[in-house]
Ligand binder design. Structure first.
Ligand SMILES: C[S@@+](CC[C@H](N)C(=O)[O-])C[C@H]1O[C@@H](n2cnc3c(N)ncnc32)[C@H](O)[C@@H]1O
Length: 259
């Protein structure tokens, strides 16, 4: 048995840890515990629950309404790691400034960022969105189509990114990528960036925007972006989607061309 005196001595340290890491506890509670309980209670996936909420609360054919409803669900009901409304504004602004014609997204999940990207694209532009998880992709397909975007505007590719990137030219007729949004597993950021460099699809001025480079973090990717001499790098500071108090950031890389 631990004596009460020893337990009391540890109390300040435990309290300090709880206060210091409270936002991470909130994240664990919302992303893991609530999800597990709801999975057991409903028997359907979190992604499917999100879709059902959106289907019954948002206006079909209205991307703004789909995104607002999704944001509400993620802040008040359950957590999904969409880019979210605050970092979404950085994405919106860059898309408006650059007017890309061909966009590649790595990591579609439920299609939140795909809808966000598609609504900012100029007429005639195309988004290729890559998702390797079949069940996530099924939900994403429904959300993207519910928002009113057809296959000509958003093409969903259900395959791992490292298999898709080398085949973009041959299988999808892509000549150049104007904008790449990376939001898949962080360990894939650097290898996929190097695949993109080798593909010849990046041109001078192509933009790569990578989410979550501070939390969970992508240090090797940032190091390469900084030291390779291939990019102009800027990190946009932000906080993690739908949770206050956890610092995060997005890296914006402007490709300078191969030397
Ligand atoms: C953070 S979520 C994407 C969120 C989405 N971009 C949004 O903001 O709405 C990450 C997704 O990337 C997918 N993913 C992870 N690694 C991948 C890879 N190598 N290729 C394709 N999809 C991948 C996961 O299955 C997951 O659905």
């Amino acid at each position: 048995m631990v004596s009460p005196a020893i337990a009391l001595a540890f109390l300040p340290m435990i309290l300090t840890l709880i206060i210091r890491y409270r936002y991470y506890f909130v994240l664990f509670y919302r992303a893991v515990l609530v999800r597990w309980v709801q999975d057991c209670l409903t028997g359907i996936s979190r992604e499917e629950r999100a879709f059902q909420y959106i289907l019954t609360h948002a206006t079909p054919g209205n991307p703004d309404s789909i995104l607002d409803t999704f944001d509400y669900w993620c802040s008040k009901v359950e957590f999904i790691s969409n880019i979210g409304p605050k970092k979404g504004l950085i994405l919106d602004r860059l898309l408006k400034e650059t007017c890309p014609l061909t966009v590649l997204e790595l990591g579609t999940h439920c299609g939140y960022s795909a809808v966000r990207i598609a609504r900012s694209l100029p007429v005639g532009a195309r988004l290729y969105s890559v998702e390797m998880d079949q069940r996530n992709a099924q939900v994403a397909e429904k959300i993207i189509r519910l928002a009113g975007f057809d296959d000509d505007t958003v093409e969903l590719i259900v395959q791992p990114s490292d298999e898709v990137i080398p085949r973009l030219r041959e299988d999808y007729g892509v000549e150049r990528l104007d904008f790449v949004f990376m939001d898949h597993w962080k360990r894939c950021y650097l290898p996929d960036l190097q695949l993109l460099e080798g593909s010849g699809l990046l041109g001078e001025g192509s933009i790569i925007l990578a989410d979550n480079v501070i939390f969970p973090g992508a240090p090797n990717f940032l190091r390469h972006a900084r030291r390779s001499g291939l990019y102009e790098l800027r990190v946009h500071r932000a906080t993690l989607e739908y949770i206050r108090g956890i610092r995060d950031g997005m890296a914006e890389l402007v490709f300078l061309g191969l030397k």
